[in-house]
Design a binder for this molecule. Sequence first.
Ligand SMILES: C[S@@+](CC[C@H](N)C(=O)[O-])C[C@H]1O[C@@H](n2cnc3c(N)ncnc32)[C@H](O)[C@@H]1O
Length: 439
Amino acid sequence: MLTAAFVDRACRLESPPASIAVTAFEVDPCLADRLAVTMKACAAQCEGAGIEFKFKIIRDDYILHSAEPLIAEKNADQKYNCAILNPPYAKLNSGSRARNALRTVGIETSNLYTAFVALAIEQMSREGQVVAITPRSFCNGSYFSKFRQNLLSASALERIHLYQSRKKAFQDDDVLQENIVFKVVKAKPQTENVNLSFSDSPQDTNPTTRNVPFREVVHAGDPHFYIHLPILDEDSELAERVRSLPCTLRDLGVTVSTGRVVDFRARDHLRKEPEPGAVPLIYPAHFEQGFVVWPQPIGRKHNALALNAATTDLVVPRGTYVLTKRFTSKEEKRRLVAVVYDPARMDAEHVGFENHLNYFHIGGRGIDPAFARGLALFLNSTAVDQYFRQFSGHTQVNATDLRNLHYPTREQLAELGLIYGVALPPQVQIDDAVEALLS
Ligand SMILES: C[S@@+](CC[C@H](N)C(=O)[O-])C[C@H]1O[C@@H](n2cnc3c(N)ncnc32)[C@H](O)[C@@H]1O
């Protein structure tokens, strides 16, 4: 489909190329047969337009074919000037043949789709253009840090189109995250602006387009090279205000970590109900109106963790902690959902946090109660949630995402916390209070 679209466009250019030589990879024999039919249609169209057309279908694994050292050597003179790809998505296990092959050409990445993009760039001649449609997930989080760094140093990021609907772009394939189409140009200095556009779905024929300075897309000095998509004017303005906040988590002396209790690994120590010798075990199911409400009748989940030699390293001491969900369902309005773990509501000297949540702490211990409430309130504001969406298109919230945010000062947060009584205040009150700090 993509090659056909490429050829169609080339044929309509005012000054079309004299020739097109296509190398197409497809590992699925059934689809490769269909691909041959498409290539013949492309040949016919090119003939009509006076363009010489040649094609080669490689019925092989693109990664192994392109990256395994011997074959790569054989193909070393094979450089392309355009690549168009809609790569498959799947985890690439470390130790797999593909992962090892990629390593030999200096590519270290954990998903097939980023491997395809990295390899395609590798195979480009200077100023070669790569256009890919992929999930947006590579734009944030720590898994893809190295990939982003390499992508941005090897090429100029010129265009990004975002399909904002999480379901419509690949209706049949169950791809439940936002997708993007992006264009990079190899070994070209980064352009000052990036052309951003978005539409709800491929059926939406009226996309919104905006030229954005590259520095708003990738922030100078960001060690993780997050790719932000400030699609609307107000996104840029909000980003500017959030980024002007004075503190990082490190400045606040606060650390965010992922809950240490992985329930299937601690199976023998899980308890349905509180009992002597067991401590509270907190899941997102315990989040209620801005606090942890415990214990709860939570079906197949558990309320407690037996405290013994095997679990002492999994728990933290009594104290006030801020917890956020790592995963929200796509129906939930907010991506960031924070609550306070208030020790006054728990008769326990320790607590275990389950792996589906992140917890904020100071050196493994609790946080001052007013400061913690202010932090939770800040994270629950509409402004922060909207800023978050500029760099995250999926329903997962990584600890790295939370570390990459800017925060008010400790004093400002403690003052914010004063309006957080026995329950989280109404959203308008949260938003007004945070708005005052942002402006
Ligand atoms: C998302 S589809 C895109 C199909 C096609 N590019 C298009 O746009 O119509 C991904 C394709 O990659 C093929 N594929 C998966 N793994 C592959 C690999 N390692 N090497 C080559 N092709 C692969 C699949 O069979 C599938 O047809």
